[in-house]
Design a protein around this ligand. Structure first.
Ligand SMILES: Cc1cc2nc3c(=O)[nH]c(=O)nc-3n(C[C@H](O)[C@H](O)[C@H](O)COP(=O)(O)O)c2cc1C
Length: 278
């Protein structure tokens, strides 16, 4: 009889312990589990960062106004007037001006659905031929925009996405000062309302061209830069090709992916002495 009582008492104690474990699970562990599931789901919806491709890379794209494909400012005039300009008005640039210059740099001029032969499968084919020539149409150039004073565009670091004619925001912080320091303190970088940084992905071109890729990528950077110079000139915007900088410092300051090498910096700002458009 006594043992029977003892047995039922120990059974009751066991049941009590199980109940309190279940309670602990409900109160503490269940919310933790829910949190883990929720954040995991959130992660898969977050934007791509650098080379990490996540599920919804379109999420944070800033669509740019459509670029013009004609103007009354002749090409001859732009070639004649092009000059390296290192001082800019304090006034902001417009999103339409930024759109036009980025299109001139690397925008699409013709659709091409299939990638060219010998395309490095590590990279995404964006689907078009572009404003500047590229060896094998492999397009190794990546264009970044550091926005300081651009109407309608919050300050920060952006990457130009040619296939969407859009900007992908990478960071909200103003990195012009850090880029200026990485470029021997050239003050025009910090003072310009916006700055373009061109980076080359050698692997995209060396996959087909081997050792010649390095010179090809550099040739292409020059073509892109001239497009930027001429388009900026036609818009009354000054720029200068900056090649003097410390590669590692630029890479670090801009958090560039490991396969991208900084090649050219081009600050952008209205040319002093030109009338403001109304
Ligand atoms: C490869 C290269 C690198 C350059 N690097 C710099 C630079 O770091 N800083 C700068 O202020 N200008 C730089 N320039 C701009 C030249 O100083 C400029 O093109 C030259 O003085 C001729 O003037 P122009 O462009 O007005 O015709 C560079 C130009 C080239 C082509």
């Amino acid at each position: 009889m006594k043992t029977g009582l003892k047995g039922s008492a120990s059974n009751a104690a066991k049941a009590g312990r199980a109940a309190s474990r279940a309670l602990i699970f409900l109160v503490f562990l269940f919310p933790v589990l829910l949190f883990i599931i929720a954040t995991d789901n959130l992660d898969s919806k977050t934007m791509a960062r650098g080379n990490v491709q996540l599920a919804n890379p379109e999420a944070e794209l800033v669509r740019l106004p459509a670029p013009r494909h004609d103007s009354r400012f002749s090409l001859e005039k732009a070639i004649k007037m092009r000059r390296s300009v290192r001082q800019y008005k304090d006034s902001p640039l417009t999103l339409a001006e930024i759109s036009q210059i980025l299109w001139a740099a690397q925008g699409f001029t013709r659709e091409r659905k299939e990638p060219p032969a010998r395309w490095n499968p590590k990279y995404e084919w964006q689907g078009g031929l572009r404003t500047a020539p590229s060896a094998g149409a492999l397009y190794p150039m990546e264009i970044y925009l550091l926005a300081g004073k651009v109407e309608g565009l919050p300050g920060g670091l952006y990457k130009y996405i040619p296939k969407n004619h859009a900007l992908r925001k990478l960071a909200g912080a103003d990195k012009r000062k850090a880029l200026c320091q990485a470029a021997l303190g050239q003050p025009q970088i910090e003072k310009a309302p916006a700055v373009i940084l061109m980076a080359g992905v050698y692997e995209r071109t060396s996959y087909k061209y081997g050792e010649r890729a390095e010179r090809y990528v550099h040739m292409e950077a020059g073509s892109v830069a001239e497009n930027v110079y001429l388009q900026a000139t036609a818009l009354g915007i000054g720029t200068v090709l900056i090649g003097a900088f410390n590669d590692d410092e630029v890479k670090k300051a801009m958090s560039l992916p490991a396969d991208e090498s900084p090649l050219i910096i081009m600050p952008l700002g209205k040319i002093p002495g030109t009338p403001e458009e109304k």
